[in-house]
Structures are given as structure tokens and as C-alpha cells.
Design a protein around this ligand. Structure first.
Ligand code: ADP
Length: 311
């Protein structure tokens, strides 16, 4: 059973921007699902459609087997969305906002749960302040609490940890893991690919409004990831068009400024890492150091979306 089924979703904004094109995705029930994509890929548009703040142009979505738009009230009760944008009434306190939110979902008061959320999101000390006095990080945590206040079965988090410091981020993920272990399906977008690799058991990558891949994390890292040859140079690596073209067979990518990363096209039987190394030496000069390692999620993501880290 899938928690979410998205079929042929398309979105063209009124100004003609095509944000999503024929997107189909299945989010298995109980999964911890990473929705990844470079800036402008369409992630927020997709999430905003699910949250009902943006209207889809085409396609349909079912949530726990029910049509999202036909059963809007029912779906809202089972869905918690943490949007990217923060908008609270500045004169209410976190505790008041959480209490009201439960009421808005048609649920009776549950102060024990509100207290637990405030505690887990490290807002207890700030529960009575007006939100205008809260820092950006606190407001973001309040958004997470608000999305969880009605105990939804599916939680969608759009960059929930942007601007949240490392230690707090870890504690937030521990909490999300616990919710997931208790049966909540979690879909998240994040720029922290290391975190996505560690937390998520499914991953979809979208780019320019289209799905590039959607599969289990283990399948992606097992089947799609390949060995990569890295070469470290004394100076920052910047590939000219000629160099990029000359190395095109080896998917050249600049990683972390000083490194060139090359992978072999699996279908191409003729070439090996020796050829890749020789080509790099020919076009960029001899590296200080070189080696072979298995690609991680970030490598696969950057290769599939054709980005280097400097862009
Ligand atoms: P992501 O969240 O992956 O960065 P978005 O969903 O924000 O991507 O954007 C996808 C595309 O839609 C981009 O080209 C963006 O410029 C465009 N877009 C997003 N919101 C609007 C809007 N309100 N009006 C017009 N174009 C938009």
C-alpha cells in the first residue's frame, strides 16, 4: 500500500513557467522518503500542491487510497506539511498556535501532546513568548510542531532544517526517526544529502520538473552508484568547455573545488579508469593524488542532475 500516489502531475504557472511535467511518484506507506532535486526542480511546487496552496494543472493524487481533492478535509486530517515559508500571527504564542491548530483540524485538545511537541522541538522555554520574539530557527521548529499537532499519518517536510544548527538538527532527526518507526510516513526535501542518505530508505530525484529516478535508497546506491575516480589538484579545478568535451565519456565533475571526479559509463565496455586517468592528465595535467571510491548519494545526485558542486 502506498501512502501517496502521484499520477501524471503537471504544473504550469500563469506566467508560463513549467514547474512540473508529468510527474508520477509512489511513496510507500511507512517509508522515510527523500525528494531531491536542484534549485528550481519543482520540489516546492509539488509540496505546495499536496498542501493545497498551489493548484495542479494536470494529474491526480491519492493519499492513503483517497483522492486528495475529492476528500480534501479527510486528507488534511491525515497530512502534516511543514512549508518552507514561515507565516504566523506575530501576536500568538507557540502554545496558543499549537492549541488552535488542533482545533482547526477538528480535534479535541491534547495538552500532553502539545507539551511533548514543545519539549521535543526545544520550544518549552519559549512557549509563552509571542512568535514575533522568536528567532528564525525557533519559528521553523514551531512550523514542525504545528504540522505534527494533529498526529498525521503522513508528514511532509520542505527543508525543515535550513538554518537550524547541527546539534539541534540531529535531535530533530532523532524525533522524526521515532515517528517513522511508529508508522508515520515521512517525505522530506533537503539540501543535506548526507542526512538524506542516512535517514531515508526511498529516494526520488527530480530535475526541471521531471522525475529522473525513484527507488529504494539501497537500490540507488547499489545499482546506480558506481566507482568513481577522483584526482586532486594543487589549484582549484575549473573545466573549460574544451576540457569538459574531451573528458565527456568519463562524466567529469568538479567536487569540492580541488577535485575532479570521473565515472565510467557502464554501458561503454571499452574504457577503464586507466583511460580516464590518462585523459585527465592529458587535458588537466598530473594530479597531486588520485584514487577510486564508491559513489555516495551526493555523487549520484550530482551526476544524474549534471551539476558540479560549484554551481
Ligand atoms: P524547487 O523547490 O525545487 O527549488 P520550485 O517548485 O520552487 O522548485 O520551482 C520550480 C519552477 O517553477 C522554477 O522554475 C520556478 O521559477 C517556478 N516557479 C515557482 N513558483 C512560481 C510562481 N509562483 N510563479 C511562477 N513560477 C514559479
Amino acid at each position: 500500500m502506498n501512502a501517496l500516489e502521484i499520477h501524471n502531475l503537471g504544473k504550469t504557472y500563469v506566467n508560463g513557467n513549467i514547474a512540473l511535467e508529468d510527474v508520477s511518484l509512489h511513496v510507500p506507506k511507512g517509508s522515510f522518503f527523500a525528494l531531491l532535486g536542484p534549485n528550481g526542480a519543482g520540489k516546492s511546487t509539488l509540496i505546495n500542491i499536496l498542501a493545497d496552496t498551489v493548484k495542479a494543472s494536470t494529474g491526480d493524487v491519492t493519499l492513503l487510497g483517497k483522492d486528495l481533492w475529492q476528500h480534501r478535509a479527510w486528507c488534511k486530517r491525515h497530512l502534516g506539511v511543514v512549508p518552507q515559508e514561515i507565516a504566523f500571527d506575530p501576536f500568538f504564542s507557540p502554545r496558543e498556535i499549537l492549541r488552535f491548530s488542533r482545533g482547526m483540524y477538528g480535534q479535541k485538545a491534547d495538552d500532553a501532546w502539545v507539551d511533548e511537541l514543545l519539549m521535543r522541538l526545544e520550544l518549552t522555554q519559549h512557549a509563552h513568548k509571542i512568535t514575533r520574539q522568536l528567532s528564525g530557527g525557533m519559528r521553523r521548529r514551531l512550523l514542525v510542531a504545528q504540522a505534527l499537532v494533529h498526529k498525521p499519518k503522513i508528514v511532509i517536510l520542505d527543508e525543515p532544517t535550513a538554518g537550524v544548527d547541527v546539534e539541534l538538527r540531529k535531535r530533530l532527526w532523532t524525533f522524526m526517526r521515532e515517528l517513522n518507526a511508529a508508522g508515520t510516513t515521512i517525505l522530506l526535501t533537503t539540501h543535506y544529502l548526507e542526512e538524506a542518505e542516512e535517514l531515508c530508505n526511498h529516494v526520488a530525484i527530480i530535475d526541471k520538473g521531471k522525475v529522473i529516478t525513484s527507488q529504494s535508497m539501497s537500490a540507488l546506491l547499489g545499482d546506480v552508484a558506481s566507482s568513481a575516480l577522483w584526482l586532486r589538484y594543487a589549484k582549484p579545478v575549473q573545466l573549460s568547455d574544451t576540457q569538459a568535451q574531451a573528458l565527456a565519456d568519463f562524466n567529469p565533475r568538479v567536487c569540492g573545488e580541488y577535485e575532479l571526479c570521473l565515472t565510467l559509463n557502464k554501458k561503454e565496455s571499452g574504457s577503464d579508469f586507466n583511460d580516464a586517468y590518462q585523459a585527465a592528465v592529458q587535458y588537466l595535467g598530473a594530479p597531486l593524488d588520485a584514487g577510486v571510491r564508491q559513489e555516495d548519494l551526493e555523487d549520484v545526485f550530482l551526476r544524474l542532475t549534471n551539476k558540479d558542486e560549484s554551481s
